[in-house]
Design a protein around this ligand. Sequence first.
Ligand code: GRF
Length: 203
Amino acid sequence: TRVAILISGRGSNMVSLIEAAKAPGYPAEIVLVLSNRPDAAGLAHARSVGITAHAIDHRAFPDRATFDAALDAELRAAGVELVCLAGFMRVFSAGFVEAWAGRMINIHPSLLPLFKGTHTHAQALAAGVRLHGCTVHYVVPELDAGPIVAQAAVPVRAGDDPDSLAARVIVQEHRLYPAALALVAGGGARLQGDRVVIEDDGA
Ligand code: GRF
């Protein structure tokens, strides 16, 4: 499966996907990295390991639909079959999401449907939950909604602040996203209506 990763910044989840995809038999190949921000640190890393990577600066486009059309054209030109959002901080037009329905996944740093949007670690601390974590889900027009592929949980510890909690969650993100991409690209997870069905291995 030919995969593109969309980033806006650091790209640590991108790195974990690129590393995982090197394994023999991994069902996805990372063929393209795109960023809406020219200064995204992840772009240089992707290039350094030989992956085509460039910025499509959203500020150069008059509106969301035009930017999304440029993104769509790049993805199609590269023969991309599946899109992974990894810290991509732009909301898509409904048309773009529909065009990639069932072929686009995202990682979000909370146990959805709790704590959508930004500052999820601060939200979790404010709510007083004892478990927090991350979620990989299919992308639908509604932000941070969509059928859940996989989740990982971490404890909230006494004395945590948003940074210490984020540091515990990101370790799990780096494990979860490659595993979830393998499930989706390898056919182990399938969309059935608004649910993800996980194929069991007969065990
Ligand atoms: C991650 O916490 C991801 O879940 C969230 O934004 C952060 C991106 O980090 N959507 P990175 O760019 O992958 O390092």
